[in-house]
Design a protein around this ligand. Sequence first.
Ligand code: FMN
Length: 217
Amino acid sequence: MKVYAINGSPRKNKNTATLLQKALDGVKESAKDKEIETEIINLYDLNYTGCISCFACKRLGGKSYGKCTVKDDIKEVLEKLSEADGIIFGSPIYLGNITGQLQSFLERLIFQYLVYDKNHSSIAPKKMSTAFIYTMNVPEEIMNEVGYLKTFNHIGAYIEQIFTKPLVMYSNNTYQFDDYSKYKMEIFSEEEKAAHRKAQFPIDCQKAFGLGVNLIK
Ligand SMILES: Cc1cc2nc3c(=O)[nH]c(=O)nc-3n(C[C@H](O)[C@H](O)[C@H](O)COP(=O)(O)O)c2cc1C
């Protein structure tokens, strides 16, 4: 079995990547006697574009039907994911949404399997388990007010349509730098951020671990 984490953050050892790794640790823990491999794919290491609207994946009778044919670094990732037993997506929130890199990646992953029929059916070769980890500055209490929950539900609905309903977790009010005094950031209090980080991030890591434990049923 193979479970992948897709890191949509440019940073490889900060909030999103840390939680993704915890989730993969949880996957390993749940595997017990099953053979299970895990891998993090860092999208910012790869050169690629979003969907280029060539429609090769929708062309009837061709061998590209249901497959993205764009030849860039994502090609190999899509091949790997077509045989995955689980995918855990992770993204920081940038300007109220997932990062551009992850959005471009999802266009490539999802559109190839989305059929333009009445039910928008899916021709994904496998209905693997999925999960999504979001990290952001915004505190949990105002995620709804600022419209983020609507955005997350929208993304989740696409993933469910094509694969399965994702397990979802959020990490809020994240710590962005090691030293807030070096940056112009007057809307944040370093003291409050550091206290939140100390109290809450270990809990978020536990949540991510639990999400991984529950990923593969
Ligand atoms: C370009 C940019 C835009 C951001 N926009 C938002 C935002 O709209 N809402 C929010 O809550 N946090 C925003 N943030 C904060 C990040 O989402 C947050 O710090 C996140 O946990 C960073 O993840 P990382 O540590 O994995 O890189 C933004 C950060 C950057 C760099």
